[in-house]
Write a protein that binds this ligand. Structure first.
Ligand code: C5P
Length: 464
């Protein structure tokens, strides 16, 4: 056997409603998911034992990787060892809410089923998929679907089968942890000035309940959404899954491409950006240009064929024609592109963002709580103090993020010939409006931080 290459497409959540908390710790959800033509690539070739290699050094390739979890789930049913080397080429950023890891796992199940000729049907594969992760079953057949339960009960939405839309996706350099987003859901409040409401596009109601906890921790993601909503041609913009990616549906492909370009050039050069199609027609699949951190520039359109070679010690790989009849197989393609590497989940926004000052710029924006030095975590503290310290750290992080965004707005305004601190008559440009919205948010967060600090102070005094 030679090698076989499969593509694992990303998804977006057109809707994400959290209904209730379940006794098993998960949340009952009602999701509307759709695939997009941004895809990872998985290559399978013979090896003495199952082995995973990945071009993204920040991803583990041990048993914790969802691809290896899929191999082990498959082996349980197969009753034999999988003797394949899997090479994973990442293009979908992780910690983005785009389902990259889940899609890699589902694609591994589909590929093993085909390569090893096991002939499991979709419901048998769905059982294995659900054991790996809540989103994995969707990727076995990534057509627009309603997903309920914890996300693993998948029902294709017939009415959206032929619906397509141009889309642009942007993602800051940091990722968001899904368990953390769900954990914060119940306590998080809305950040004033950020958009959360239900939007309508193509008869779909777009809303994401996880925006509340995620924007509360990372207001900059909400600002990216606000920015997208102001761009020409945008019909709706929303966070995907638990973020940190935000997408916008546009009227035309050109608008999506222009927004991706503007996001990097005018907003933040460290952003990951991509534009393409939601629910792409299988025959029209091609990978659009991906830019920003970890990008591959100037990609050529890719072939949608399976590169299977003659088998030697493993069962036959069916031909490309055989596969093209199946929905998922439409996503496979060959590629000879260079490796991608995306920033790690832990990457700090502040570490990657460029300083906003320029020689011609007036004084920087107020710094508020961003520079506050928090009490040291020396020794073992009682639980309430530790919780309050964690809250203070979070708030200070929010202050820093807002501070950064404020400096950027100030610089932009200055470039456009405005100084927000000098009052002027008439209509304010959007950037000045954004500056004042941010300033209000910073004041709010700063106030909260000071409250928490005085609470800590009080608790420490009572303790001593
Ligand atoms: O199922 P999966 O492993 O992808 O879920 C990751 C985490 O996200 C879970 O451990 C849980 O904390 C949270 N989650 C949830 N409710 C869901 C899906 C995920 O609470 N429906």
């Amino acid at each position: 056997m030679g090698m076989s290459i499969y593509a694992a497409p990303a998804k977006i959540n057109l809707s994400l409603r959290v209904l209730s908390k379940r006794p098993d710790g998960y949340h009952e959800v009602d999701l509307l998911m759709a695939g997009v033509n941004l895809a990872d690539e998985l290559e399978f070739s013979p090896a003495p034992a199952a082995e995973l290699v990945c071009d993204d050094a920040s991803l583990p390739v041990d048993e914790s990787n969802l691809v290896m979890r899929a191999v082990r789930e498959f082996e349980k049913a197969y009753g034999r060892s999988v003797r394949l080397r899997i090479t994973l080429r990442k293009r979908i950023p992780h910690g983005a809410g785009l389902g990259g890891g889940s899609s890699d796992a589902a694609t591994t199940l589909l590929a093993l089923n085909e390569i090893l000729g096991t002939g499991y049907d979709l419901s048998e594969l769905a059982g294995m998929a659900a054991a790996i992760g809540s989103d994995v079953p969707f990727f076995l057949n990534p057509v627009p679907s309603r997903c309920t339960g914890r996300g693993e009960i998948v029902t294709p939405v017939e009415g959206l089968a032929d619906w397509r839309s141009p889309i642009v996706i942007i993602k800051p350099s940091f990722g968001v942890s899904t368990p953390d987003a769900y954990k914060r859901l119940h306590d998080a409040r809305r950040v004033r000035g950020l958009p959360y409401g239900v939007q309508k596009a193509s008869g779909i109601s777009l809303v994401n309940d996880l925006e509340r906890p995620v924007f509360a921790k990372y207001p900059v993601i909400g600002l990216l959404k606000s920015w997208l909503l102001c761009q020409p041609g945008v019909r709706a913009a929303m966070m995907s899954g638990s973020g940190s990616a935000i997408f916008a549906l546009t009227d035309t492909d050109d608008q999506a491409r222009d927004i991706a370009e503007r996001a990097r050039e005018d907003y933040d050069p460290t952003l990951f950006t991509w534009h393409g199609t939601v629910n792409p027609a299988p025959e029209a699949l091609r990978t659009e240009e991906t830019s920003g951190a970890g990008s591959q520039e100037g990609d050529a359109a890719e072939e949608i064929i399976l590169m299977g070679a003659e088998p030697e010690d493993l069962p036959d790989v069916p031909s490309a024609e055989t596969h093209s009849a199946e929905t998922h197989s439409a996503y496979r393609h060959t590629s000879e592109r260079a490796a991608a590497s995306f920033p790690s989940d832990e990457a700090e926004l502040t570490a990657s963002a460029s300083p906003a000052s320029s020689p011609s710029q007036p004084a920087a924006a107020p710094t508020a709580g961003a520079d506050i030095v928090l009490p040291r975590k020396r020794g073992r503290k009682p639980e309430p103090i530790r919780r309050a310290l964690a809250e203070a750290e979070d708030l200070r992080e929010q202050c820093r993020t807002l501070q950064q965004a404020l400096n950027e707005r100030l610089e932009e305004a200055h470039k456009a010939g405005y100084d927000p601190k000098v009052p002027r008559r008439g209509r304010r440009p959007v950037v000045v409006q954004q500056y004042f919205d941010l300033l209000r948010q910073l004041e709010d967060v700063d106030e909260k931080l000071r409250e928490v600090l005085s609470r800590i102070d009080q608790m420490e005094r009572e303790r001593s």
